[in-house]
Write a protein that binds this ligand. Structure first.
Ligand SMILES: *[C@@H]1O[C@H](CO)[C@@H](O)[C@H](O)[C@H]1NC(C)=O
Ligand SMILES: *[C@@H]1O[C@H](CO)[C@@H](O)[C@H](O)[C@H]1NC(C)=O
Ligand SMILES: *[C@@H]1O[C@H](CO)[C@@H](O)[C@H](O)[C@H]1NC(C)=O
Ligand SMILES: *[C@@H]1O[C@H](CO)[C@@H](O)[C@H](O)[C@H]1NC(C)=O
Length: 405
């Protein structure tokens, strides 16, 4: 007979918990728990605060505009910008060209008070900048184009002595600038396009008096300029994009909402459809599908963007980036997305956004470390995007890299 009121198994269960009632074990247990909590918090702090540049976080929110019944999806990608070496000279309104060996040449621009003659090279493998030969003439609001022979042509712009019709060639193998044939017309705030046959088309600009409609062609074999047909409208701070079929689409400028197409074979211009608003200091980007994405501009209070289809020669209004901006940059990434960085709206911007052509959506991506407008952006051979200089309460010497995920 068993007089024990508890069954054998119940007693075993009670014994199993007896250790708990000893004070020392209790103390050790509590210390262990506290230690575990500390270790977990430390690793969380390490992961999200200290190591954040190597991490990406993607969240998605959806907003629905009832009036148009279109759905805008905004996702967020963070922590992708990192600082790289500083420029030797702080500058804005400068120009940049990627050389065939992958280095980036930046030229001129406005320093603290006056236009610069200096040029610098960014070496992506070293992540630093070095001065190269000075240009013969200081310039801001000029253009810079990498030619098919590897040299770089800078054209026009504004110097202390006035609007320039001068042009110079840079030889990357010697680091030396040579003055070449002059343009027919002095111009600043014009656009330069490298055509499929290697010629350089210069369009429009400003000479201190007029918005120019004239256009000129540079032949790299003879290193000379000649007139080509003038545009239908005068423009400055417009864009000129080489389409996949070799034609050139000129958009806006001087607050115009018109656009024109140039055919290099006939050298003729024709108006193509109007945008819904006038734009200048906007960006125009040729997408992988051949369409042209036009974003921002100083007369775009709505932040709507427009897409040009060269096959139908028509414009479509699409959702724009979250931030209204002009004097920003736009760069095509290797995955086809378009990176919009900085610029100005009511203040200089630090934000960057991505347009995804496959979905038509905008993605808010990491902020730059520095606010900048009138800066340059260059897509490196490894697909990273370099932004350098710009204005934020003065000329800036900082540079940063965007590394796509
Ligand atoms: C740039 O970096 C390279 C490689 O680290 C170094 O040799 C060179 O001296 C640096 N140049 C400047 C101007 O800092
Ligand atoms: C270029 O065109 C302008 C008028 O638009 C004319 O004055 C000038 O002589 C032309 N230059 C040449 C080289 O044909
Ligand atoms: C395009 O805009 C211009 C300037 O606002 C205007 O004169 C022209 O009639 C417009 N063209 C069309 C086809 O709407
Ligand atoms: C980026 O900067 C803007 C403006 O300063 C700020 O509102 C936003 O929260 C920042 N975004 C991130 C991801 O830090």
């Amino acid at each position: 007979m068993n007089s024990n009121p508890f069954s054998d198994t119940t007693i075993r269960k009670i014994e199993r918990f007896q250790w708990w009632h000893q004070r020392r074990t209790k103390l050790i247990f509590i210390i262990l728990i506290i230690l575990t909590i500390l270790i977990i918090s430390l690793s969380l702090i390490l992961k999200f605060v200290i190591l954040k540049p190597s991490k990406s976080k993607i969240t998605t929110t959806t907003t629905t505009t009832t009036t148009t019944t279109t759905t805008t999806t905004t996702s967020y990608q963070q922590y992708v910008w990192r600082d790289t070496g500083n420029l030797v000279n702080a500058r804005y309104r400068h120009a940049a060209s990627v050389l065939n060996d992958g280095r980036v040449l930046i030229t001129g621009g406005l320093g603290s008070t006056y236009q610069l003659r200096t040029a610098e090279l960014y070496d992506p493998s070293a992540g630093n900048w070095t001065l190269t030969g000075n240009m013969n003439i200081e310039r801001e609001f000029h253009t810079s184009s990498t030619l098919t022979n590897g040299k770089v042509l800078v054209v026009g712009g504004e110097a202390s002595r006035g609007y320039q019709n001068t042009a110079e060639l840079y030889d990357p193998s010697t680091g030396v600038w040579t003055v070449t044939d002059s343009l027919e017309y002095a111009r600043s705030e014009h656009a330069a396009t490298v055509l499929l046959d290697g010629k350089i088309l210069i369009t429009g600009g400003y000479n201190g008096r007029d918005y120019l409609d004239s256009a000129e062609l540079f032949d790299i074999s003879t290193e000379t300029w000649r007139n080509t047909t003038s545009m239908n409208s005068g423009r400055e701070h417009h864009t000129a994009s080489l389409l996949q079929d070799g034609r050139v689409l000129v958009v806006g400028g001087s607050d115009s909402r018109t656009a024109e197409l140039y055919d290099p074979l006939t050298e003729a211009w024709k108006y193509t459809g109007n945008m819904t608003i006038g734009r200048q200091s906007h960006t125009a980007t040729v997408l992988a599908n051949g369409k042209v994405l036009v974003v921002g501009g100083s007369h775009d209070p709505t932040s709507r963007a427009e897409l040009y289809d060269p096959t139908t020669e028509t414009w479509t209004v699409i959702n724009g980036p979250k931030d209204i901006r002009f004097d920003h940059t736009a760069s095509v990434l290797t995955n086809g997305q378009v990176l919009i960085a900085g610029g100005y709206a009511v203040d200089d911007l630090i934000t960057t956004e991505l347009y995804d052509p496959s979905t038509g959506n905008w993605i808010i991506t990491g902020n730059m470390s520095h606010t900048r407008t009138d800066h340059i952006a260059a897509t490196l051979l490894n697909g990273n995007v370099l932004v350098a200089g710009g204005y934020d309460r003065g000329a800036k010497n900082t540079a940063e890299l965007y590394e796509p995920l």
